[in-house]
Design a protein around this ligand. Structure first.
Ligand code: NAD
Length: 322
């Protein structure tokens, strides 16, 4: 009998469709190395049937082998974490973002070497529609397809609205919102032709709630949640899902950089900003980790998530539950 002991209870594989989900999730967790005391289901003895062929073996075939992922804003932080996770499951990846050229080349080479996939780098500027379209086209020409699109590039600026620089508003709307429109527009024809695709937009808790002094960011992220739903509906019958992930505070350069601005706007010390502003919103009092966000993205790319579309998935330590 294929018993899986997880924590205090027992999950048994079964041959009816109800437990197909158990098989699916467990296989996915094994894939992601996140199996553990996470999933519990007890089947009453009376409902048990003779065991079917066991389907839980960890496969050597990476889940995303043969797929190509474009991850915008992946030279650091969440984007890099997602790109590494996708490459770890066998996807070829196109990295994108700004930074020191030598550092970026080191990152690209390390993804290739560690994950045994092909990794390319596109310097496309997410404020420039033509560069975004060219990035998708080049990815398709280089790897044959763009199957997974992660719209992750984003910037932040913190200031009271009456002092908010107009060029910062334009830049944030362009990078955090409009770039997703341009990349989805360019990638969808290929996805539709292949009848498979995964589009994941990195939104934010700020796609659901607001905070003062972040007018452009909150507006862009709310817009990104709307874009996600619309695209999901348009593509629902093509085997393509579109979702957004909404993290709370994740310790990355984007968060680190806003501390001086918050100190200025709120007349606080750095420690006060961390404790009383950033983590004040998160009931867990912990920063979300890049790895946790990447694991959620990986789940959304799995077959188990083929019916998850148009969703805005919070990963925010309980912030938006309040
Ligand atoms: P980060 O600063 O580490 O990464 C941002 C990435 O975007 C970098 O690779 C950067 O080079 C790239 N980028 C910036 N401007 C660009 C442009 N014009 N063209 C192309 N690339 C550009 O930040 P992060 O925290 O990893 O943020 C990634 C995403 O996650 C953003 O969309 C952000 O809004 C979102 N997010 C972050 C947090 C957090 O707490 N860190 C929380 C919620 C949502």
């Amino acid at each position: 009998m294929g018993d899986l002991s997880v924590g205090r209870r027992t999950c048994r594989d079964r041959d009816d469709s109800g437990l197909d989900i158990v098989n699916h999730l467990r296989q996915f967790m094994l894939h992601c190395n996140i199996a553990g005391a996470m999933f519990h289901a007890d089947i009453p003895t009376s409902r048990r049937r003779p065991p079917p062929q066991r389907r839980f073996e960890q496969t050597d075939t990476p889940m995303l082998k043969g797929k190509t992922a474009v991850v915008t804003g992946s030279t650091s932080g969440i984007g890099l974490g997602i790109a590494r996770a996708l490459a770890g499951e066998g996807a070829n990846v196109v990295l994108n973002g700004f930074g020191d050229a030598n550092e970026i080349e080191k990152i690209r080479a390390s993804v290739e070497k560690e994950c045994g996939v092909k990794a390319a780098y596109s310097p496309a500027d997410m404020t420039k529609p033509a560069e975004i379209a060219a990035m998708i086209k080049t990815a398709e020409q280089t790897f044959g397809s763009v199957d997974i699109l992660i719209n992750n590039a984003g910037i932040q600026h913190v200031a009271p609205i009456e002092e908010f620089p107009i060029e910062k508003w334009d830049q944030i709307i362009a990078i955090d919102l409009s770039s997703a429109f341009h990349s989805v527009r360019a990638a969808v024809p290929g996805m539709k032709a292949r009848k498979w695709g995964r589009i994941i937009n990195t939104a934010s808790a700020h796609s659901l709630v607001a905070s003062p002094f972040k007018v452009a960011y909150v507006s862009a992220k709310h817009g990104l949640a709307g874009l996600t739903k619309t695209v999901a509906l348009e593509l629902a019958t093509f085997g393509i899902t579109c979702n957004c992930i909404s993290p709370g505070y994740v310790w990355t350069p984007l968060v680190e950089k806003q501390i001086p601005e918050q100190m200025k706007s709120r007349h606080m010390t750095a420690e006060q900003v961390k404790r009383d502003v950033l983590l004040d919103a998160q009931p867990t009092k912990e920063f979300v980790t890049v790895e946790q966000v990447a694991a959620l993205a990986l789940y959304l790319c799995s077959d188990a998530a083929s019916s998850v579309t148009g969703a805005n998935l919070s990963i925010d330590g309980g912030w938006t539950a309040q």
